[in-house]
Write a protein that binds this ligand. Structure first.
Ligand SMILES: Cc1cc2nc3c(=O)[nH]c(=O)nc-3n(C[C@H](O)[C@H](O)[C@H](O)COP(=O)(O)OP(=O)(O)OC[C@H]3O[C@@H](n4cnc5c(N)ncnc54)[C@H](O)[C@@H]3O)c2cc1C
Length: 439
């Protein structure tokens, strides 16, 4: 997957191609000192500041017409503390680089999302998550953070140091300062046994509580216009390591999941009436398989087919009803959906604006192929999600505002009060933050 945020003609674009911005200037600091100086200079020039990662958010959360801070030179591991079980990494490091460097050291994060193209700071700032019964988002694995605040000073926080900042800044939405380094909890490298298997949707929904309870990481993809899903169960294993063979991996993860899927989406975009038939074929294309490998090779896979996405977290107990309502909506509508709906879970965590803050959660993600109108589908889906007190992923399409968030996040006021303290002049403001946090 190529880098997304292209600087062509001074225009910045996100990966999904649905957000563009023209920053007044771009800086690529090579040190924390250079970054502090860039923040001070922007304030003196009356410009807003926005640090970006790799532009993998579908919302305009990373867009700015002020100073765009690029992460490219603030990368790499600063320190590994084996005794404490932590790694401190510079904020612009891509997750891919972190995962491979950790594996070489015999270490790993505990849980991760579907891809590893994002930067560590971009991924954590929006609450990027995978699926887990006991282990939560990437931000929930943070032990300490270093950030440059609006006055250019460097601040560190952890459970012990500035704990009220730590509570919020792990998922800071880019609103509290520019993160310069993150300390993550790591553990000795382990093996995961993956079991991927098609299963009827009715069975998944009837047995969802057991499937969730019996597996450390359970998720499934439901194919709209069908009653079929692909399920994935990942559990720790004593080995032996049995990776997917390179040829099989190429055929299933590249050729079928990306190449053929891309072609199927082109056909679907040109002839929407063909989508239900394509969905039936797609849902049968991937057969059952099992393999055992190190965590990042099991959790993540390449996603080359470009799409736009909305994802909401609902209380886990509301998952089955919410999904049944989503299916009923699709079945009775003229919508034609060529992308599967992804369902994952997370345990409650203690981060102020985490989508799983204080509540056991299930995530439902809806996608549309890039270039296909998505508003009708997403609007109808969002109506269902919000009726279940859903909390949208901060980096994925949604239409909610500060008033809504004050209702679904008990600690919303805590976050905005901290922002008032750390960024009274709104140096890090953009249109998105004005909408979701208020001015
Ligand atoms: C193909 C694809 C797959 C995805 N899979 C998942 C998934 O499995 N699970 C999931 O939860 N999400 C997923 N996402 C969403 C993605 O993980 C998030 O949108 C993430 O925030 C993107 O990271 P990024 O590095 O591209 O950051 P950007 O999108 O560039 O920025 C995101 C936010 O981080 C802020 N930020 C970046 N760097 C800093 C910094 N140094 N200091 C302060 N703020 C900063 C930006 O200002 C912005 O607010 C996926 C997205 C795509 C396109």
């Amino acid at each position: 997957m190529s880098s997304t945020a292209s600087g062509k003609n001074g225009t910045w674009r996100n990966w999904g191609g649905n957000v563009a911005a023209r920053p007044a200037r771009e800086v690529t600091p090579a040190s924390v000192e250079e970054l502090s100086a860039a923040v001070r200079a922007a304030a003196e020039d009356g410009l807003k500041v926005k640090a970006v990662g790799t532009g993998h958010s579908f919302t305009s959360i990373a867009a700015t017409d002020g100073v765009l801070i690029r992460p490219r030179l603030l990368t790499g591991i600063r320190h590994i503390d084996r005794e404490a079980g932590t790694v401190t990494v510079l904020a612009g490091t891509p997750l891919k680089r972190l995962n491979t460097a950790l594996a070489r050291e015999g270490l790993s994060l505990t849980n991760m999302g579907d891809i590893m193209e994002q930067t560590v700071s971009g991924a954590t700032s929006t609450g990027t998550h995978g699926t887990g019964r006991d282990s939560a988002s990437i931000a929930a694995q943070i032990k300490a953070l270093e950030l440059v605040t609006a006055d250019g000073s460097v601040l560190t926080c952890s459970e012990k140091e500035n704990p009220e900042i730590f509570a919020a800044a792990r998922i800071g939405l880019g609103a509290l300062g520019v993160v310069t380094a993150i300390t993550f909890a790591v553990e000795p490298l382990f093996l995961l046994h993956a079991r991927e298997e098609p299963m009827p949707l009715d069975r998944v929904l009837a047995e969802f509580d057991e499937l969730w309870a019996e597996n450390e990481h359970f998720e499934f993809y439901w194919f709209p216009h069908t009653g079929s899903t692909n399920t994935k169960r990942n559990n720790r294993s004593a080995g032996p390591e049995r990776p997917v063979s390179p040829l099989k991996g190429w055929f299933e993860d590249e050729f079928l999941s990306n190449g053929v899927f891309q072609a199927a989406n082109w056909v679907g975009r040109a002839v929407p009436a063909a989508i239900p038939s394509i969905a039936r074929v797609s849902s049968r294309a991937l057969s059952a398989r099992t393999y055992t490998d190190i965590p990042y090779k099991v959790f993540t896979s390449p996603r080359r087919v470009r799409f736009v996405e909305m994802e909401y977290a609902v209380p886990r107990a509301a998952l089955v009803d919410t999904l049944r309502e989503l299916k009923a909506m699709v079945d009775r509508s003229p919508l034609r959906i060529s992308f599967p709906v992804e369902v994952r879970t997370a345990p409650a965590d203690d981060i102020t604006l985490s989508t799983a803050s204080g509540r056991d959660s299930a995530y439902i993600a809806v996608h549309m192929f890039r270039g296909t109108p998505y508003q009708r589908y997403f609007t109808a889906a969002e109506r269902i999600f919000t009726a279940h007190e859903g909390r949208p992923h901060w980096g994925k399409v949604h239409t909610r505002d500060a008033e809504y968030f004050a209702g679904v996040y008990p600690r919303f006021g805590e976050f905005t009060a901290l922002r008032d303290r750390l960024d009274p002049d709104r140096l890090f403001q953009n249109d998105y933050l004005r909408r979701v946090l208020g001015s």
